[in-house]
Design a protein around this ligand. Sequence first.
Ligand code: GSN
Length: 216
Amino acid sequence: MAGVKLHYFNGRGKMESIRWLLAAAEVEFDECHLTTRDQYLKMVNDRDLMFQQVPMVEIDGMKLVQTKAILNYIAEKYKLHGNDIKERVKINMYVEGLMDLMEMIMMLPFTKEPKLDNIEKKAKERYLPVFEEQLKTGVHLVGGRMTVADVLLLECTLMLEELFPEILKNFRSVKDFQDRMQKEPAISRFLQPGSKRKPRPDDGYVKTVMEVFDLK
Ligand code: GSN
């Protein structure tokens, strides 16, 4: 049995970037899927969730919460972070930007009037140009080797293409980066059917989240 255990819904949400990073680091993990409110309340009562929120990851004898803290821990432990504080702050800036964009996509199934145009415009005008510029001169975003920023950029571009298949047409360097990253053995395995990568959210996923958190 793997030593790492993820506690979350059987869906992407905030846990998916953590799954991506563990897969890139070639770390095996188990998952405990949250399906009922009772299960969630038990975790709260047992004080397993510091702020009564998931994602929660059991690793190295700790119960970690807060997605960014978890990503940072995994990135540092498995050498997917920067070599010095200047590299690390740059990686953190990329990661924060990517998470802002992915959060907008993540919220779509829970939004009554989704503003897809706004997401596409922001992706094309605010986010993708930054990565295109950087990748014109390098194989990776920071430090000449794969980091958490690269992993999340790949995750994010694949999410964007699910919604806007042509979105990378004018971002050639990002597209080339995406192709290269998908050929990395660990990532290629994660992209195969049957891996722990989750599909796009469906009505069942939304219903479970609403029930577990008692949302109307
Ligand atoms: O990034 C983080 O992990 C935290 N800053 C937020 C975590 C969070 O919002 N978790 C949600 C479920 S995942 N979806 O958005 C959660 O546990 N909500 C329950 C609640 O009562 O806040």
